[in-house]
Design a binder for this molecule. Sequence first.
Ligand code: ZN
Ligand code: ZN
Length: 115
Amino acid sequence: MNCLNCKTTHLQSEHIAGIEIDRCPTCSGTWLDMLELEKLLGPAGDALRLRDRAVESDSPKTPDDKRHACPRCKGTYLIKLNHLAGKNVIIDSCTVCFGNWLDGGEFGKLRRRVT
Ligand SMILES: [Zn+2]
Ligand SMILES: [Zn+2]
């Protein structure tokens, strides 16, 4: 699977507390399959949050940013939505496979609002 931002960079599998995530070594964008985000917003996410902190961006995404195609479902576009966990944190989500794409730093923002 290639990074949705960098296009040519391959996402690398990482294991966080037994959950396999796909993460970009360049921009720290992260693909999470269905329910993985929910698990990582619990205690399991501490390790990921530590790694994610360094790349937190000050320019939050807006609903008008360009759409990404779902890396799992060909021909399906991710929709921008406010995650239930945090106001003003917009993530890209697939309505078919329920996967989520987080840009670098977004996980930390979401998690801060949960804990
Ligand atoms: Zn990337
Ligand atoms: Zn999908």
